[in-house]
Design a protein around this ligand. Structure first.
Ligand code: PEP
Ligand code: MG
Length: 315
């Protein structure tokens, strides 16, 4: 079966019962676009824009940004491309936006909070994106990082719409946002779950700190329960819920995430083939059973073991 898969043309992500699960790529610059297309990415689920800002002492101009966004959008004609507004702070500090003296930068003025404090930078980025959108024919969506309240959701989505962007959403990376996902999705056009930060904040374990790395496991049922909250809120509101953290690149966890209500999965392009093959082994009903088994475990290891046992009984 593995050989047949390797020879078959790359099709779209779907479950065994035909349910589509678009598989998207995480990109850190336009350079990876061609490889992602070659590996069958159906679009981009997370375009990290930090690369444009990292090595400079000030923000790039609207024109400089627009060129880079257009370059990337041109690689995905007619396809969905989700661009994240600058996510500065904590593991991605920027001298001109963040306060290096903060004692707990992961809990500080980061992500959307930092952009609001320097709103010109956010306005310029969204303007450059709207201009790039108008000049190309990809389906551009924008989202804000590190959103923790409904009020921030209203702020970001209103600003993005005002500046001409059609689809404005938020990343769910903070437990408060997951717990209020129903109210957040009353305002946002979509949600995208960042499991790297969501795990860090749910387990209160710094994702950069080796001594607590064992806590950074998205199989933890507390994380899965939050993912399920967002999935249920998305289904209720009829709005898309993606997952763009590392969890989506784990072939079995990807099935669980779909069982919890994720409608798209985004990952580094090198993971697409294995996740595509894994999804094709399970129906939506089976994915929901895997999710239920993982949710009822006490910890990450037992959640993984429970889902693995059920998966083996199906395949
Ligand atoms: C995440 O937090 O899961 C995420 C996708 O964003 P980043 O890894 O860039 O913080
Ligand atoms: Mg994050």
């Amino acid at each position: 079966a593995r050989e047949a898969r390797a020879l078959a043309p790359i099709g779209p992500g779907r479950l065994a019962d035909g349910t589509p699960v678009p598989l998207l790529a995480n990109l850190g610059s336009a350079d990876g676009a061609a490889k992602a297309v070659a590996l069958g990415a159906e679009g981009v689920g997370l375009f990290r824009t930090e690369f444009l800002f990292l090595d400079s002492t000030s923000a790039p101009t609207v024109t400089q940004q627009r060129e880079q966004y257009e370059r990337m959008l041109r690689a995905f004609p007619g396809q969905k491309v989700v661009v994240r507004a600058l996510d500065a702070g904590a593991d991605k500090p920027l001298a001109f936006l963040n306060d290096a003296a903060e004692e707990n930068p992961a809990l500080g003025l980061r992500g959307l909070r930092a952009l609001r404090a320097s709103e010109d930078i956010l306005r310029e980025q969204l303007t450059a994106l709207a201009e790039a959108d108008a000049a190309t024919d990809a389906d551009l969506w924008v989202m804000a990082p590190m959103v923790s309240t409904v009020e921030e959701t209203v702020y970001f989505t209103a600003l993005a719409h005002e500046l001409g962007l059609k689809m404005a959403g938020v990343m769910v990376e903070v437990p408060s946002a997951a717990l209020l996902a129903d109210r957040i999705l009353a305002h946002a056009d979509f949600a995208s779950i960042g499991t790297n930060d969501l795990t860090q904040y749910t387990l209160a374990a710094d994702r950069m700190l080796g001594s607590v790395a064992a806590f950074q496991d998205p199989w933890h049922p507390a994380v899965l329960r939050l993912v399920g909250e967002v999935g249920a809120a998305g289904a209720q509101a009829g709005k898309p819920v993606g997952v763009c953290g590392e969890a989506a690149a784990d072939p079995l966890l990807a099935v669980v995430l779909v069982g919890l209500g994720a409608t798209t999965l985004s990952m580094s392009a090198s993971a697409l083939a294995d996740v595509r093959a894994s999804l094709a082994d399970f129906t939506l009903e089976q994915a929901r059973h895997l999710a239920a088994a993982a949710l009822s475990a006490d910890g990450a290891a037992s959640a993984r073991a429970a889902a693995t046992a059920i998966a083996h009984s199906y395949t």
